[in-house]
Design a protein. Structure first.
Length: 216
């Protein structure tokens, strides 16, 4: 069995050596297609972000350890409220847009009590307007719902940037390389046809003789 595996790998490397240009060509081709689609076909996408600090303050405006724990527990609630239909509807009315929730993403840093809001738009102005509007709405709404809770907008979005396509290109390169290797592997095992006595002996099998084809 080990000899069969050895021959399979031997044939695979032989096929790779013979068709090495496929290993080089396919990843480059897939990466080029992804790049062209991203740059020239798929609509431009801009992303803006803003950061908010969620905390609970006492009457003296000081935050104690138990209040810090409460602030951490409120982060999940804050994230849910931010993405709630109530906030989305209010933002849609202010911005006169139908779909808002698909443009928004929320990330939480429990170690720093900071919530990052990111919004996507077809242009810079749209992305900035969406994320700042939602930040203002949720900061006001959350403070009204939870007495003593304080939401501070640390940094409002001033501009938006296009997300880097580097990750997509790297993924396309890896996918293309794996596809090329898979094709060559199936090509190599499809050619595992025993045609002479030496190949049988290499596999450690006993050669009993030939069977002559008799034509009727």
């Amino acid at each position: 069995m080990s000899k069969i595996k050895t021959r399979i790998f031997h044939d695979f490397f032989r096929v790779c050596k013979k068709y090495y240009f496929i290993i080089l060509l396919v990843p480059c081709l897939v990466t080029s297609i992804v790049y062209l689609l991203t740059v020239y076909v798929i609509p431009e996408n801009y992303e803006a972000k803003t950061q908010l600090l969620v905390s609970i303050q006492n009457e003296n405006n000081e935050q104690r350890l138990d209040e810090l724990r409460s602030s951490i527990q409120l982060l999940g609630t804050f994230s849910s409220i931010t993405q709630s239909q109530r906030i989305m509807n209010q933002a849609a009315m202010q911005l006169n847009q139908q779909v808002i929730h698909e443009k928004l993403s929320v990330s939480i840093d429990e170690n720093s009590l900071i919530v990052t809001l990111k919004a996507r738009g077809e242009n810079k102005k749209s992305a900035v307007l969406v994320v700042n509007t939602i930040a203002d709405l949720v900061a006001k709404d959350f403070s009204n719902l939870f007495k003593g809770a304080d939401v501070t907008i640390l940094e409002k979005a001033n501009t938006a940037n296009q997300p880097s396509i580097l990750f997509q290109l790297i993924l396309a390169m890896i996918t293309g390389g794996c596809s090329a290797l898979a094709f060559l592997f199936f090509l190599s095992i499809s050619n595992l046809v025993i045609s002479n006595e030496e190949q049988i002996k290499e596999l450690g099998l006993i050669y009993l003789g030939d069977v002559t084809l008799i034509k009727k």
